[in-house]
Unconditional design. Structure first.
Lengths: 790, 157
């Protein structure tokens, strides 16, 4: 075992980020900053219709426009028109339609790609789109999921003869459990469609490099490694001739976890034309062409005894795939499938999900990917059950949650939660929130008939993160693994290169990974360079999504660092002329046990390994170590989130007055970064509850197609948050860490909505649809007055 | 059309198409790629620069409108080794994650504090309403602005 040094330990400290200097001085390398000589700029003609047959497409007009070098429709592109891949065929009989990068004969959603123009500058490329002739024969647009699967609906994919993509079942036994129940509560929740809306629009540059057969692709992606494999498979370009680089990437939230048609087109056209090709999306393109998230209709049923013991849960989902399947579109609801029972003990669980095609933008992962949907459903229905039983909602939770002494606990969904302490997190949250005080104020406002009512929203959540044990992914028919890689090289000057397979886009890996390595190697954080996001420099990796980077990548860092120390120990022992067993490693230095004066710093060992002048027999020059780690299990962060909601019962206006959360993400590498991740997640989860929601009209036109129409919250729309943590180390992770990237987004949405419903429950309201805009809330109040509640 | 604009202390003479937006000229005309584009509806504020000392969204100004003016971008706020107090405060308070909104956020903050050196939290939130961030939930951005005010000799109320 490697000793973890105790002085200058970097782990657990809120070290300010290495990344910030360049980001704060504008010395960044966004993909759109890349300007290669001879670049052709690509502009895309997109479908203005949700569903139509293309009866005529003529790109020749564009070729007569100034500065235009080439133009392609599907016919002109021919075999280079690759199909966007889906790597998660969730069932044996899943319907998997073709998804050509440029639409062939038919368009299936507003924003579908029809043709491209390449010009010497972006402005002339965009101008030339006007000169392309297209004739459309409009077809009936299939917009809502329920109409899509009803008799007589038009088909999104005629050749498939159905709009059902798949049906997935898990569990069983709910009916028997329900038969024993005193109370059964049923609700239909709409988990509305959202847009990731990362701040940096997508951009791709592909260039044949000239010195070899290599094509380099710079792209604003979360997954350079996965993308390289997929682009090789889609384009037929040998994988060893592809280098994928994700330069500075401005946010992703799952939206850049993709192999996009634009990435395929730019790669193919650079190859065909033999010169650099670049495409940068406009925000309006992003809204229709970047995959969307969520979009489920959830029929939830919970059965319990009159004392409040939960017996069973039944979940029936319609999940909107959109018009095509992208990288993990069908699998997203299954990432939530295991988490509907949440933190609660019960006897039975039935799950059924139907994936549905519609003439809308494809859906895929968005921060939390399946788990926000499941957490919303369970935490909302638990509040409804409490109301039905006349129980205090926190008391109902306490009665049913897994107690800390019961871990490890295998849930009714079949997952084994290794550890947790819901009692501790809840106790701390109640204290910070002044729960009793706010309940008292609520009672006063109710008694006085205050037009502004106060509601308290609770969300006691857990999630599974750290994707993922490869064997589990295989069992779920996901075609790739879930491991992560790290190589650590000690350079002759004592500096360290840490090569990771994770691919950060705001998470601060350069800082946090240095902290982990520093704490093991005893090398200062600033002497460690983290190399990432470039398949040329970091050949192995599975990238960043699903709160996996620390939970999985962190394990690889630890293992590689431990191995490096063991290799160096052998050299140090040789130099110190003693046996390996007599060497201890303290604060970055190898010392002879009992004689600390005889010591060899790690840097000196590195130089020795470089010169090779005096190495022990059988030891090769250079000093590096690598590790590829497949996680033993998922990790299960949890927490208690509380929201105080003021609701004006006369106008429907909602105000988030106070938000408290206590999360348990296990051991923290950098608490400052952890807190920042929680804040950002909260903002996105709260925004789902209060502000954001995609709207399509009945013809499939996206009505929320710009940031003027889709309400991303500003600083005015959110409060400051009160956050804290408890620390229950993960027992399946060698560092005791869990994951934090998605926690806030998963937990906060039901807290907000439970608070709004709690405020209005005396008025007879028992659900409010999201986003809870004033008009929606006001209508819920009016419907309840008219006796229309569920 | 011919324009003459001082950007980060250097005088540039250029011919631009009348329709060219200031942000595109900054990025593509003179390589000031520290200033970025985040939307096409003037909602996000990522492209905010100072035009004659006041913050503007450079996507809503034509390059020709900047003729004869002085522009300061994130790249001219301080030289490479020195840090403007607003930059220091954003680092110290973890007011950025991916960093894409940061150039605009920092430039808006500089303007906000020049107008109101002692802003309350509510005034900070209102002052930054035109700048969107998707990473931080604004919590630490608000703290950064308050701390910047402190560093610059003001004190937040």
């Amino acid at each position: 075992m490697t000793e973890v040094i105790d002085t200058a330990t970097a782990m657990g400290r809120p070290i300010r980020r290495k990344e910030d200097a360049r980001l704060l001085h504008g010395q960044t390398n966004w993909t759109d900053n890349i300007q290669l000589p001879g670049t052709l700029h690509m502009a895309i003609l997109r479908s203005p219709m949700a569903h139509a047959r293309i009866t005529n497409l003529d790109v020749s007009g564009a070729l007569k426009m100034p500065n235009v070098v080439a133009a392609f429709g599907a016919a002109e592109l021919g075999e280079l028109n690759g199909s966007v891949p889906c790597v998660w065929p969730v069932t044996d009989d899943i319907v998997m339609p073709a998804f050509p990068a440029l639409a062939v004969d038919k368009v299936r959603h507003v924003g579908d790609c029809i043709a491209v123009v390449l010009a010497t500058d972006a402005v002339h490329a965009a101008d030339a789109l006007e000169a392309i002739q297209v004739d459309y024969e409009p077809l009936p647009a299939v917009v809502s999921m329920e109409s899509a699967i009803s008799e007589g609906s038009a088909f999104v994919h005629d050749d498939k003869g159905t709009n059902t993509c798949y049906v997935y079942n898990l569990g069983g036994g709910y009916d028997e459990a329900a038969a024993k129940a005193d109370v059964i509560v049923k609700r239909r929740f709409i988990n509305q469609r959202l847009i990731p809306a990362f701040m940096e629009p997508r951009c791709v540059v592909a260039a044949p490099m000239g010195m070899s057969d290599e094509i380099t692709i710079w792209t604003s992606t979360q997954i350079p490694h996965v993308l390289r494999v997929l682009l090789a498979l889609v384009t037929g370009i040998p994988e060893n001739n592809l280098r994928v680089v994700a330069p500075d990437v401005g946010g992703g939230f799952g939206g850049k976890l993709q192999c996009y048609r634009e990435e395929i087109l730019v790669t193919q056209l650079a190859r065909k034309l033999g010169r650099p090709v670049k495409w940068t999306e406009t925000r309006s393109e992003d809204m229709v062409a970047t995959h969307h998230g969520r979009d489920q209709i959830q029929d939830i049923e919970i059965a319990a005894t009159s004392e409040g013991k939960m017996l069973g849960l039944k979940v029936t989902l319609l999940a909107n795939m959109g018009a095509y399947l992208q990288i993990i579109t069908p699998g997203v609801p299954l990432l939530g499938m295991f988490m509907y029972p949440g933190i609660y003990k019960m006897d039975a669980y039935d799950f059924k999900c139907t994936g549905v095609f519609t003439n809308t933008t494809p859906t895929d992962a968005y921060r939390g990917a399946g788990r926000p949907e499941s957490t919303y459903a369970i935490e909302r229905i638990v509040d409804e059950l409490a109301a039905e039983l006349g129980m205090e909602p926190m008391e109902l939770r306490k009665k049913n949650w897994i107690k800390h002494e019961e871990f490890p606990f295998t849930t009714v969904a079949g997952l084994t939660y290794d550890t947790g302490n819901y009692e501790a997190a809840t106790a701390r949250a109640l204290e910070l929130f002044d729960y009793d005080g706010l309940r008292a104020e609520q009672a006063e406002r109710r008694a006085s008939g205050d037009p502004v009512q106060l509601g308290i929203g609770i969300s006691t959540f857990t999630e599974m993160c750290g994707l993922a044990p490869s064997r589990t992914l295989g069992a779920l028919k996901y075609v790739a693994g879930g491991w992560e890689h790290c190589t650590i090289r000690l350079l002759p000057t004592g500096k360290v290169e840490l090569v990771t397979g994770t691919s950060p886009h705001g998470q601060g890996h350069e800082t946090a990974w240095s902290q982990i390595a520093s704490s093991i190697l005893g090398v200062p954080v600033e002497d460690i360079e983290v190399i990432h996001s470039d398949t040329g420099r970091s050949p192995y990796g599975m990238d960043t999504y699903g709160s996996r980077s620390l939970a999985v990548g962190g394990q690889a860092i630890k293992k590689a660092a431990d191995r490096l120390v063991e290799k160096a120990r052998v050299i140090a022992a040789h130099q110190l002329e003693c046996s390996v067993e007599d060497i201890e490693f303290v604060n970055g230095s190898f010392r002879v046990k009992g004689d600390p004066e005889k010591a060899q710093p790690l840097g000196a060992v590195a130089f020795e390994a470089f010169t090779g002048h005096n190495l022990p027999p059988g030891v090769e020059p250079t000093l590096s170590a690598e590790a590829t780690v497949d996680p033993e299990d998922f990790s299960y962060p949890h927490g208690t989130h509380l929201a105080a909601m003021e609701v004006d019962t006369e106008t429907g206006k909602v105000k988030l007055r106070k938000y408290v959360c206590v999360d348990d993400v296990g051991v923290q590498v950098n608490p400052m970064i952890v807190e920042g991740q929680v804040h950002g997640g909260l903002a996105q989860g709260i925004a789902q509850a209060l502000y954001e929601g995609v709207i399509y009209d009945e013809d499939g036109n996206l009505k929320t197609a710009s940031l003027a129409d889709y309400l991303l919250p500003s600083a005015m729309d959110l409060p400051s948050f009160i956050t804290d943590t408890t620390v229950t180390p993960s027992t399946t992770h060698p560092l005791g860490t869990k994951g934090v990237g998605e926690a806030g987004a998963i937990a906060s949405t039901p807290a907000i909505m439970n608070g709004i419903v709690d405020a209005l429950r005396p008025l007879g309201v028992n659900d409010v649809t999201m986003p809870a805009a004033p008009m929606t809330v006001w209508r819920a109040i009016q419907a309840a007055k008219a006796g229309g509640a569920a | 059309m011919h324009i003459s604009v001082s950007v980060d202390g250097t005088l540039y003479e250029a011919d631009v198409e009348p329709r060219t937006l200031l942000v595109h000229w900054l990025r593509e005309g003179i390589g000031k790629v520290g200033t970025v584009v985040g939307c096409d509806t003037s909602n996000c504020g990522a492209c905010t620069v100072l035009l004659d000392g006041r913050s503007v969204k450079s996507c809503s100004v034509l390059a020709v409108q900047a003729d004869g003016s002085s522009v300061t971008t994130i790249q001219g706020l301080s030289d490479g080794n020195e840090w403007h107090p607003v930059q220091t405060a954003f680092k110290e308070c973890h007011g950025l994650q991916c960093g894409y909104c940061t150039p605009g956020m920092v430039m808006s903050t500089v303007d906000l504090l020049s107008e109101n050196p002692n802003p309350t939290e509510a005034e900070i939130r209102e002052g930054l309403e035109g700048n969107l961030c998707r990473c931080t939930g604004y919590h630490n951005i608000v703290k950064s602005v308050a701390y910047a005010a402190e560093l610059m000799g003001g004190s937040t109320k």
